[in-house]
Design a protein around this ligand. Structure first.
Ligand code: GAF
Length: 382
């Protein structure tokens, strides 16, 4: 059953009626530009055809009822206008609670709602299931109550929910691409101005995501450590963010900077340059240049930023070899396990998939999971 049908079914079971409307918000895959978002830098993600679906109806009181099809029909209830507390016993509920809290904090005229949620973004693998959930909840309230909230404001509200309510100190990339994705395109996002330039994907280009089946460990603590190291480097160079440093300045001013912090900064500085170059190569259909940039990005994440694990390095090598010079592969997302992304001509998909399935096993023997995705539209009716 599709996520949309599961959301509908859960809605009928919980509320005994048909939903008044349906919305969706997608997950994402980042093609290049990793950990650059919280350095005011550049990222190049696309929204994918996995997402969160919500069936909804408005209420004319302040009650929010939300049923989770993916959690055995568990129901969460809370009231707008009261202090919405964090639930320790139902982590899933906090994404919706946080989103409603932050919509209210914007001073928007919120009313209650009955919602049923179902998603098909694989969870915990680095494809932004949580951002898609938050953005979908915001989209549902926007559509139900006619809230004036543009897609960038929707994304910023979702990021605030994640930072201040859920407690994860993420950047803006995941929420922004979920809110603003364009079918058939990646977006080159400037995470300082929040400007986004659509980059059309060549029609014969396949976007392959391969899950390493390595569970992402240590993500939160290592993510926060990387953020602190980047901030320390920006302070050393006397700039607001590493976005403001180029390679010449990085090298010239390195004296006195801790060696590890220097390498972290070098990843960000070089990754920003690679991401902008990759957007140009993608727009031109220059898959050889794109592949070289993806390979350099992976090496930088492995050696300078140290966010890959050996199994993911091996997976990326297998992908790179199978894809050959027309296209490329790299780890995608926050790191420490999770997924690799491969870009290649459509004609190569079967051979690449066969090579990965034959050649890769996770340390516990698990087989990789392969998805071929479509670049999809951001949040909206669905
Ligand atoms: C996670 C974060 F949520 C994003 O903001 C981004 O920093 C990413 O890791 C790394 O590029 O998905």
């Amino acid at each position: 059953m599709t996520a949309r049908d599961r959301a509908d079914e859960a809605f009928r079971a919980a509320f005994g009626a048909e939903p008044a409307l349906r919305v969706q918000a997608p997950g994402r895959v980042n093609l290049i530009g990793e950990h650059t978002d919280y350095n005011d830098g550049f990222v190049l993600p696309c929204a994918i055809d996995f997402g969160t679906r919500i069936a909804a109806r408005p209420r004319d009181d302040d009650m929010v009822q939300i049923v989770a099809a993916d959690y055995d029909g568990a129901i969460d209830r809370f009231r707008i206008g009261t202090t919405i507390s964090h639930r320790e016993d139902a982590a899933w509920a906090n994404y919706a609670r946080g989103m409603v809290q932050m919509l209210a904090a914007r001073g928007l005229p919120l009313r209650g709602a009955d919602l049923a949620v179902a998603g098909d973004v694989p969870q915990g693998v680095g494809l932004s299931s949580s951002a898609s959930f938050e953005v979908a909840v915001g989209q549902a309230f926007k559509s139900l109550h006619g809230l004036v909230l543009d897609p960038t404001e929707l994304a910023l509200t979702a990021q605030r929910a994640e930072n201040e309510f859920v407690g994860c100190n993420c950047g803006i990339m995941d929420q922004l691409i979920s809110a603003r994705g364009q079918a058939g395109h990646a977006l080159l996002i400037d995470c300082r101005s929040l400007g986004a330039e659509p980059v059309r994907l060549p029609p014969d280009l396949a976007v392959m995501i391969v899950h390493s089946r390595v569970k992402r460990g240590l993500v939160d603590s290592e993510y926060n450590t990387r953020r602190r190291q980047c901030e320390a480097a920006a302070r050393h160079y006397g700039v607001p963010a590493l976005r403001d440093v180029d390679l010449a300045r990085l090298e010239a001013g390195a004296a006195g900077l801790d060696e590890v912090v220097y390498r972290r900064a070098r990843h960000i500085v070089t990754e920003n340059a690679r991401t902008q170059a990759a957007a140009v190569a993608l727009a031109r259909g220059d898959l050889a240049t794109l592949g070289a940039l993806m390979a350099a990005s992976h090496a930088s994440m492995r050696d300078d930023f140290e966010i890959t694990v050996p199994a993911v390095d091996r997976l990326v090598e297998i992908l790179q070899q199978a894809i050959g010079p027309q296209g490329g592969a790299r780890m995608t997302g926050g790191g420490f396990g999770g997924c690799a992304v491969g870009l290649m001509p459509l004609a190569r998909v079967d051979a690449v998939q066969a090579a990965v399935e034959a050649g890769y096993r996770a340390p516990d023997g698990a087989r990789p999971t392969v998805w071929v995705c479509r670049a999809s539209e951001g949040a909206g009716p669905g």
